[in-house]
Ligand binder design. Sequence first.
Ligand SMILES: NC(=O)c1ccc[n+]([C@@H]2O[C@H](COP(=O)([O-])OP(=O)(O)OC[C@H]3O[C@@H](n4cnc5c(N)ncnc54)[C@H](OP(=O)(O)O)[C@@H]3O)[C@@H](O)[C@H]2O)c1
Length: 363
Amino acid sequence: MNQTRTYRVGIIGATGMVGQRFALLLADHPWFDVKVLAASSRSASKTYRDAVGSRWAFVDQPMPEKLADLVIYDAEQDIEKIAAEVDFCFCAVDMKKDALRALEEAYAKAECPIVSNNSAHRFTSDVPMIIPELNPEHLEVIAAQKARLGTKRGFIAVKSNCSIQSYVPALHPLRRFGIQQVLACTYQAISGAGKTFERWPEMVDNLIPYIGGEEEKSEQEPLKVWGRVENGEIVKAAAPLITTQCLRVPVTDGHTAAVFVKFEQKPSIEEIKQIWKEYRGEPQELALPHAPKQFLNYFEEPDRPQIRSERMLEGGMAITIGRLREDTLFDYKFVCMSHNTLRGAAGGAVELAELLAAKGYFD
Ligand SMILES: NC(=O)c1ccc[n+]([C@@H]2O[C@H](COP(=O)([O-])OP(=O)(O)OC[C@H]3O[C@@H](n4cnc5c(N)ncnc54)[C@H](OP(=O)(O)O)[C@@H]3O)[C@@H](O)[C@H]2O)c1
């Protein structure tokens, strides 16, 4: 598609792991021009280079030169100033949920739309939680949210947790067969906790069978993504029944999920593979800059998808799947993987912002 205008953009939480990813993804974006970087009062008034210092997490990609000398704003104190300088902001900050909810609403009320990575508003019923290839129709609730907030252009749109973005996309086009039950075990990278091996040496040669709050998110968020819009709210889907176990593994980037699924009408293996191959969402139809050309990628090799060879497929925005086979308890089982800080965090949020821009929500 031809996007003729560009948008002035802010990154709130720019110094963090996800914020740094935003900086890399947005530095040369065709539609978005980064004008403002914001973080806590600890970083405010420093240049981006000085505020991040040795926390820069990407050894193979330096901080974009054009952002390095921007002076960091205080995300809590400078809301009006920031809102006046941008058309919308990305937000990825580590704060208590209540404070975060209030912060994001304060930006929306200052007429600055927020595209958020944070979990605080994921279950606010008039805040859409979007995986752009799956549920773009949920953007419709933004009108009701603006009415509640009393805003003309300010609103909040969020992306889902990174853990569900490896397996929910693979299940989504199979819903026509009536998915009854899902069991998913996730094997999650350390960058999902905002960490590197240098900052979390205990993770070398280790596995931690606990990620606080992750199993609840992994079981509940798919039901909102698969929910329906009713009277300006998203009503969660009643099915399928989902159970998960989420484990932290010694991997830098890339969340893998081992998935088991039971259907009302069991499709054939060939049918499933064909559906995955042909599935296209609105980002593919609109040819959004960060949309992968092929969203769901099935690998026939029995030892795929692997983290190292597959996580950067289509710039880290593709979902990779393998090992689809019959199961003894469920109908089928398979393995899938996605890049947690690209597809699962900053990349997914950038793609969501592109969808919002293409549909005129920032105008
Ligand atoms: N990492 C992932 O893969 C991932 C995936 C999905 C969602 N998320 C979510 O994204 C958010 C950020 O995660 P992260 O991994 O990037 O965390 P992080 O590396 O710890 O970075 C946290 C960011 O929040 C800022 N911050 C902290 N307190 C603040 C305050 N009071 N006011 C304004 N800014 C404040 C920090 O600024 P200073 O540098 O000034 O302290 C920093 O920019 C979290 O909500 C997380 O749950 C992360």
